[in-house]
Design a protein around this ligand. Structure first.
Ligand code: ZN
Length: 133
C-alpha cells in the first residue's frame, strides 16, 4: 500500500476542483497495477465526490443547487458560522474508492474526481491510498 498526501489551495468559498490527474499520479507513483485507490478528505467542511468533468456547467449546477438547498444562514446554532459547509460535506461524503485496472483509475469516460470546498478559500489537503490487490 502507498499513501500520499496532496495539498490543494482553494480560492472560492464553494468550489469543486478536479483532482483526477493528481490522484492518477499518486497511483502511478505507487506502481499499483490492480487494486483500489481511496481518496479521502480529512476535513469537516470539504468533501470528495465523482461526477461529470466534461461539461463545466454540471459542477456549477451542483454548487448552485447545494447552495439553494443548504443556505449560508438558516438559523443554525453552530457558533463558527459555517454550518452550511458542514452539512454539504456530510451530504457529499469525505471519500471515494476507485478501482485501479492496468495501472489506471477505472473512471468512466465522463467522470472526474472532485475535491469539494465548502468553506474556502483555504489551504486544504487530501490523502490518496493506493492499495494493491
Ligand atoms: Zn464549523
Amino acid at each position: 500500500m502507498s499513501s500520499r498526501e496532496i495539498t490543494v489551495k482553494t480560492r472560492e468559498r464553494t468550489v469543486m476542483i478536479d483532482i483526477s490527474s493528481e490522484v492518477q499520479k499518486a497511483v502511478s507513483a505507487a506502481g499499483i497495477l490492480e487494486g483500489i485507490a481511496v481518496v479521502y478528505s480529512p476535513h469537516t467542511t470539504a468533501g470528495i465526490t465523482i461526477n461529470e468533468n466534461a461539461d463545466p456547467s454540471v459542477k456549477n449546477d451542483m454548487i448552485r443547487t447545494l447552495n439553494k438547498l443548504i443556505p449560508y444562514e438558516d438559523g443554525y446554532t453552530h457558533m463558527e458560522g459555517n454550518s452550511d459547509a458542514h452539512i454539504k460535506a456530510t451530504l457529499t461524503g469525505l471519500s471515494v474508492t476507485v478501482p485501479v485496472i492496468g495501472g489506471r483509475l477505472a473512471l468512466g469516460t465522463w467522470q472526474g474526481i472532485y475535491f469539494c470546498e465548502y468553506d474556502g478559500p483555504r489551504n486544504r489537503r487530501f490523502i490518496v491510498n493506493a492499495i494493491n490487490g
